[in-house]
Design a protein around this ligand. Structure first.
Ligand code: ATP
Length: 509
């Protein structure tokens, strides 16, 4: 299969607005794909090479000058093996070899293919919405139910593998996917609730737990081998030895736990999220001592050979208590006074509570309504589209941020507002250095960037707007923090923003 066909299909996706039309474009391509190139084609079209992120920056790529090829000859298989070699070339002295590999690949690509490869390697093509469309396309091409494809994807974390199974072995091959200790799966996500009363009324028998403001972790243990992954399934085992030591001491042989981790101050209050995140990239011993991470587990997906994914939360919590006792998140099952739990959580410096349906299974990778989050303030995770140069005390710094919400159909982010409020001197300095790394163009006032950075915004609400293309604008928005643990694909959608319009009862943020 030629790379050109993939590039054409990718352009076809951008050109079409309707989801059905996008699914058709992909399904047609998959139907004709040779079995040994299918996984790579799926990977490229959803924006991540089969090897995962390869870590090549825009700057490196644009410095590699080579004349483009005249006609499209590269195959998907050739590109996949070149990227495989690139991913395997690491360590000291590898920079030169990597440049050579890249130059050789790019010199065989046409201008159009080169643009595609740039966007693939820098992560710009990666969009959550595309994965949803691809799941449906695989189902259509293989003539299997979309839910079977989705389940295999969530359990393996790898859509290309699920696609390969669907196309080669149908439903039976998809059903063979199991939770595997040591292979991370997509975490279950929560939906917002308007209030605690609304959440408890919606769900019936519930557990109400503290909602801690740390970082999500998924821990896998088989005998003495313990591994830790982030929300985006990045392995961080080497950075968090206090967590691996602790889990190695739990009374079991094998386990998969879902939870949150954070560091506490001396008087037991949560430290800022940024400090927790700073631990995920550092093995420096003094930093470990200064910021000891604690785990707060809230789910158990596997225990000593038994998969619990499809068991109700009630049962999973029992397993959790048995294995992780002291390290379970504070909360109560079927509480008499849920409001007291919310008050205690806020009093202790946490974000709010999670209200969870005790009869629900673990829906990996899904943002459903079995888990509802209750927080006193609205927050949205938005995509940075650019920033304006500051005035006065902020002269010389990139300040007023342009913010976009994700298009659920996979189009570019849709601008919903601007803010410079809440930016500390440290954040101003950081974004002034960081944004130009993602620059797409600039004018006298503004540096515009490619979608790469997600920022968490607190707001009072939204209003109808004739100025912004999505018809809504943020009200009194302020920056809480950047979210390095989130990708553009994880940002909130324009629908989530519109749901905050007055008179919209869903009250979603
Ligand atoms: N008791 C808990 N149960 C489940 N999740 C919890 C709990 N306490 C904290 N969390 C965290 O809350 C997150 C969900 O809440 P919220 O949506 O506010 O966070 P987020 O990271 O902005 O968004 P997302 O839902 O996309 O993860 C979970 O991903 C998890 O990291």
């Amino acid at each position: 299969m030629r790379l050109h066909d993939v590039v054409t299909a990718s352009a076809g996706l951008t050109a079409r607005r309707s989801r059905k039309a996008k699914v058709d474009v992909l399904a047609e391509l998959l139907t004709g794909a040779p079995a040994d190139e299918l996984a790579a084609a799926v990977a490229f079209l959803t924006g991540t090479p089969t090897q995962g992120r390869i870590g090549v920056g825009w700057r490196t790529l644009s410095q590699l000058r080579a004349a483009p090829a005249e006609s499209p000859r590269l195959t998907v298989g050739e590109v996949d093996s070149a990227l495989g070699e690139l991913a395997a070339t690491t360590g000291s002295g590898s920079a030169r070899r990597r440049s050579e590999l890249l130059r050789s690949l790019l010199s065989r690509a046409t201008a159009e293919e080169r643009d595609f490869l740039f966007r693939l390697l820098t992560g710009e093509l990666r969009q959550g919405a595309l994965e949803g469309v691809m799941v449906e396309a695989v189902a259509a091409a293989a003539d299997v139910p979309a839910d079977a494809v989705r389940r295999a994807f969530m359990l393996s974390g790898r859509l290309p593998a699920a696609a390969h199974a669907a196309m080669s072995g149908g439903t039976a091959a998809l059903e063979a996917f199991r939770i595997e200790v040591g292979r991370p799966l997509r975490p279950m996500l929560a939906s917002p609730a308007e209030s605690l009363a609304a959440a408890t009324a919606e769900l019936g028998a519930v557990a109400v737990e503290y909602k801690l403001d740390g970082a999500r972790i998924q821990v896998h243990r088989r005998d003495d081998d313990v591994r830790v992954y982030t929300r985006t399934l990045r392995e961080i085992t080497a950075y968090v030895t206090e967590l691996t030591d602790l889990v190695r001491g739990l009374p079991c042989r094998s386990v998969v736990l879902d939870g949150e981790t954070l560091a506490l101050t001396d008087d037991g209050r949560p430290r800022p999220f940024q400090e927790t995140m700073s631990r995920f990239g550092s093995t420096r011993a003094e930093q470990v001592r200064a910021l000891l991470l604690r785990p707060y587990f809230f789910d158990c997906l596997h225990l000593d050979g038994t998969d619990l994914l499809d068991a109700p939360l009630r049962e999973r919590r029992e397993a959790l208590r048995g294995v992780a006792g002291d390290h379970v998140v504070p909360g109560e099952q079927e509480p008499g006074d849920p409001a007291a739990i919310l008050a205690a959580s806020l009093e202790a410096g946490h974000e709010g509570v999670m209200v969870k349906d005790l009869d629900s299974p673990y829906a990996a990778g899904r943002r459903g309504r079995a888990w509802l989050k209750v927080k006193p303030v609205h927050t949205l995770d938005l995509v940075v589209l650019g920033a304006e140069w500051g005035h006065g005390r902020r002269r010389g710094y990139l300040s007023n941020l342009h913010l976009g919400a994700r298009d659920p159909d996979g189009g570019p982010p849709i601008m919903v507002g601007k803010t410079f409020k809440g930016l500390t001197d440290e954040l101003l300095a950081w974004q002034t250095a960081e944004l130009p790394r993602h620059e797409s163009r600039r004018d006298d006032w503004t540096v515009y960037v490619r979608p790469a950075l997600v920022v968490e915004i607190e707001l009072d609400g939204v209003q109808i707007s004739t100025r912004y293309p999505g018809g809504v604008a943020l009200r009194f928005a302020r920056v809480l923090r950047y979210r390095p643990d989130k990708e553009v694909a994880d940002a909130d959608t324009i629908d989530a923003v519109r749901a905050l319009l007055p008179g919209n009862d869903s009250g979603e943020a």
